[in-house]
Design a protein around this ligand. Structure first.
Ligand SMILES: Nc1nc2c(ncn2[C@@H]2O[C@H](COP(=O)(O)OP(=O)(O)O)[C@@H](O)[C@H]2O)c(=O)[nH]1
Ligand SMILES: [Mg+2]
Length: 450
């Protein structure tokens, strides 16, 4: 068991209930020194996973708070160690005082992610599951939360474990052929081996294909709002967000820097980016803003070009709109002075007034039509993490090379090297083998108390 750690698990916010958790050597004895059960029974004599009502006291015997305590004994706990949890009132002052009392009794402050790291090191979660814990905490859409929950439950691992064990079988067979060529070991059946590798290949490549969708679920879809100065980009951003996020004025060139905010369209997160109006300018700050607008446009998945039809369109308007995924024909509350030129008619367009809000619902509907659909992949089987995608991709590359080697009839030892590389990549994916620095980097993303 690791050293005794403790932390406030409910974050640095005022809340109805606050939770302090402890894990490690002596967790139950430590909490027993500060908590007195109403029943008079010691926590060390209390059975696991039972809520006990009582008070938390400091060293002078003063009552700090009343609440509930539960203890869990190794290995049947989140971390796999002895753990205790105190549920008190969510006052940061009271929680801080209780934590200080626990420190006086031998606990030390837990580092970010230290509880989950211990759960991983004690085999309670694999690495994909552990990474999904922080994804679940960070999830801001129901789809992202659902995917993370299913990953914690092992959805990705179940698929890659099947490949892992198929590879192990083949590798064991190949080793036998290589190591004891004269012992009468049957020649490996290349054909059945190729069939197995092809199945493994399609499992891994289907998994890798989910990564793009996974990124959408987790990080959202970058959507740039572009156009000439004063067409109403910032107003449109505010209308879609339903708040005054970006500054709007009648003076062209007001937006100097890109402004980013997030909104939900259905269950997908859009990262909306309002940009500086695209025009030639001598103003230094505006020039830099315009450069950033072009960057935002290039890196966005969806580009909304805003046109102001209450004035004549310029060639620049048309040039920008040509690259758009969707055109917003803004200022519909004003008399229309222009029409869309024929070359823009093939691009979806919606008529809106950012000022009155007319047509904004239609714009959001049109946006949702442009979003990738992820509903055909079962929750949890979507890769959301670049590290995981890189390992699956490495495994897939090695597996393909091994297959090619076997098909071209080379000696088993050549294929063996590739098969072992594929196996190692899969082992790194789920954390079967992992260097300490990679583990540390992964758990640094976590919050304290998780
Ligand atoms: N009448 C009308 N005015 C609008 C509309 N959208 C924006 N404006 C006005 O156009 C001006 C420029 O708007 P802004 O959002 O700052 O444009 P941006 O430079 O493209 O970001 C402001 O005076 C807005 O109030 C609209 O739909 N109708
Ligand atoms: Mg603006």
């Amino acid at each position: 068991m690791g050293e005794l750690i403790a932390a406030i698990a409910t974050g640095a916010v005022r809340s109805a209930i606050g939770i302090i958790r402890l894990s490690g050597e002596g967790a139950i004895a430590c909490v027993d020194r500060v908590f007195r059960a109403r029943s008079g029974k010691r926590l060390t004599d209390t059975c696991s996973n039972k809520l006990v009502y009582g008070g938390v006291y400091d060293s002078t015997g003063a009552l700090l708070d009343t609440g509930l305590c539960t203890v869990s004994r190794a290995p049947h706990s989140y971390t796999g160690e002895d753990t205790a949890e105190l549920q008190c009132h969510g006052s940061l002052a009271a929680l801080g005082a209780i934590l200080a009392e626990l420190f006086r009794n031998g606990a030390r402050q837990a580092l970010p992610g230290e509880f989950t790291k211990r759960a991983f090191l004690n085999g309670k979660l694999d690495l994909v599951g552990a990474e999904a814990v922080i994804d679940l905490i960070d999830a801001d859409t129901a789809a992202a939360a659902k995917n993370a929950s299913a990953q914690i439950a092992g959805a990705v691992t179940r698929r890659t474990d099947a490949v892992y064990s198929a590879l192990l079988d083949i590798i064991a067979h190949f080793h036998a052929v290589v190591d004891w060529p004269d012992e009468g070991v049957e020649d490996f059946e290349a054909e059945s081996c190729i069939t197995t590798l092809s199945e493994a290949e399609s499992t891994l490549s289907a998994l890798l294909d989910t990564f793009e969708r996974g990124r959408v679920i987790r990080d959202g879809v970058k959507t740039a709002i572009v156009g000439l100065p004063n067409v109403g980009k910032s107003s449109l951003m505010n209308a879609v967000l339903g708040c005054d996020r970006a500054i709007v004025t009648a003076t062209p060139g007001t937006t100097r820097d890109t402004v980013e905010d997030v909104c939900l369209v259905g269950d997908t997160k859009l990262r909306l980016v309002d940009t500086a109006g695209l025009r030639q300018t001598e103003d230094e700050a505006e020039k830099m803003g315009v450069a950033r607008s072009y960057e935002a446009m290039d890196s966005a998945t969806i580009v909304i070009a805003v046109l102001d039809l209450s004035r004549a369109l310029t060639p620049e308007d048309v040039n920008i709109a040509r690259k758009a995924s969707l055109i917003a024909l803004n200022k519909s509350d004003l008399p229309r002075k222009a029409a869309l030129p024929p070359e823009l008619l093939s691009i979806p367009s919606v008529t809106v007034s950012a000022k009155t809000g007319e047509g904004i619902d239609g714009l959001i509907r049109a946006l949702s039509g442009l979003l990738p659909n992820s509903s055909d992949v079962p929750a949890g089987e979507i890769l959301t993490n670049a590290r995981q995608a890189a390992e699956v991709s490495a495994a897939l590359d090695s597996l393909r090379s091994a297959k090619a080697a076997i098909m071209s009839g080379v000696t088993p030892d050549a294929a063996l090297t590739e098969l072992e590389a594929a196996l190692t990549a899969l082992a790194r994916l789920t954390g079967r083998t992992l260097s300490a620095d990679v583990t540390d980097r992964i758990f640094q993303r976590f919050c304290v108390g998780k």
